[in-house]
Design a protein around this ligand. Structure first.
Ligand code: DI6
Ligand code: FE
Length: 403
């Protein structure tokens, strides 16, 4: 049995997604769960006595462990050449014709050995963890055939064996059309629905299914089929929705009770209202917006008005958001999307957890997981203010000190 008592902390519980501080707070933990939290002056002696290890936060800010609820971090190769071409004025289509784009990452990923793919993925995961991330979602989507999609999910899951972090996996078979199915998108969707989803479900490799709903990816009708198959196999759904155009993605996600609708730059009021009605989380991905030099920001004001929770994530992927810094995404959510630092913190904790359907974390409350980060800063504004360089001084995962 592990018993720990955190004292002398300024705790931002993030309860209900709201920011408020308990000054001079204490938090008692047992076996990875929070047993008691509140002002130190109200702390009663442990019932029945018994020792506990004390950790003195020395007045530092304590937040829930960060949750990165949208990453594609299992991939091989890089896209630096695409980046240079785009800087020189090439379009997405030019890049694809020159052998770049998503298909080049699929090629590199398929060619990588398990050990190689695991090693590069572990590095990205470790970079996220160093900034206080204690839960990460990892999507497949660069295998694009049954065996490679399942392989990427297996590698993602295996990372939890030697990293002290929670990993949640999502099957994104409907990410792009693999070259061998050129001109046969419906046949590929058949393979996703009749092979990938059933196998991922049967082998317990994914807890959710995602798709890229876009003119350059899959249509609403195709996504609907994917979601129906997910539902039939008891898997939750999420959607890359309205990133490049308003294609009704937000409404489609809501219709299926999706955990989250992600990107949403082009979502309109109808889509936002449907997200609110379905209690679907909006996941904002400012890294992709920045990297693609988009000019249309997601409808943050409408999301606020309709009370849709806004999560923030890295979207870590080689093509549109090659980042492993959730803190930088918090900065960008503030500078580019005009979130407040408190909203950004809620987005990287409480709402990030909700976007994964995980209700045992993301806030610091009795009964929740004792995953938290200790920061030598004053306020959420200090967390979101810096562009790179900030690290928590201490991270606890599952009630135990990780650093
Ligand atoms: N939306 C994106 O921005 C990325 N995937 C997606 O569904 C692009 C991924 C890539 O270009 O490799
Ligand atoms: Fe993505």
């Amino acid at each position: 049995m592990t018993r720990t008592l955190l004292v002398n902390a300024r705790i931002a519980t993030m309860r209900g997604g709201r920011y408020s501080i308990i000054d001079d707070a204490a938090m008692r933990m047992q076996d990875g769960r929070i047993e008691w939290i509140g002002p130190a002056r109200s702390l009663a002696p442990r019932p029945g006595g018994g020792g506990e290890e004390a950790f003195d936060a020395q007045g530092a800010l304590v937040t829930p462990g960060l949750v990165d609820c949208h990453t594609h971090l299992v991939y091989a190769g890089d896209r630096a050449a695409d980046f240079e071409m785009r800087l020189a004025g090439a379009s997405y289509a030019d890049i694809a014709r020159a052998g770049g784009g998503i298909v080049s990452t699929v090629k590199a990923t398929r060619a990588a050995s398990n050990a190689e793919l695991r090693a590069v993925s572990a590095k990205r995961l470790e970079a996220l963890m160093a900034e206080g991330v204690t839960t990460v979602e990892i999507k497949s989507g660069y295998g694009l055939d049954v065996e490679n999609e399942l392989r990427c999910l297996r590698i993602a899951r295996s990372l939890a064996a030697d990293h002290r972090v929670s990993i949640c996996t999502t099957l994104l078979g409907a990410h792009a059309l693999p070259p061998e199915f050129a001109g046969r998108a419906d046949d590929y969707i058949d393979a996703v629905c009749t092979q990938m989803i059933p196998r991922a479900a049967a082998e317990g490799l994914a807890s959710a299914v995602d798709a890229f709903c876009e003119t350059i990816a899959f249509s609403n009708a195709q996504v609907r089929r994917v979601f129906e198959a997910a539902r039939a196999h008891g898997l939750a759904v999420k959607l890359h929705a309205d990133q490049l155009s308003d294609s009704g993605g937000a409404s489609l996600a809501a219709q299926f009770g999706a955990l989250s609708a992600d990107h949403l730059e082009h979502a309109g009021e109808e889509g936002v209202a449907s997200l609110a009605a379905a209690a679907t989380v909006a996941v904002l991905l400012p890294g992709a917006y920045y990297f693609l030099r988009e000019t249309k920001a997601p409808p943050v004001e409408l999301l606020r008005e309709h009370g849709v929770p806004m999560a923030i994530a890295t979207d870590c992927n080689p093509g549109t958001s090659p980042s492993t810094s959730l803190l930088t995404m918090m900065n960008m959510a503030c500078t580019l999307f005009r979130l407040t630092p408190e909203e950004a913190l809620a987005g990287a904790t409480c709402h990030g957890a909700a976007a994964l359907g995980l209700h045992d974390r993301g806030t610091l409350e009795v009964g929740k997981r004792a995953d938290f980060a200790v920061w030598d800063v004053e306020s959420p504004a200090h967390l979101a203010w810096q562009i790179a360089g900030l690290r928590p001084s201490v991270i606890f995962f599952d009630g135990k000190r990780r650093s």
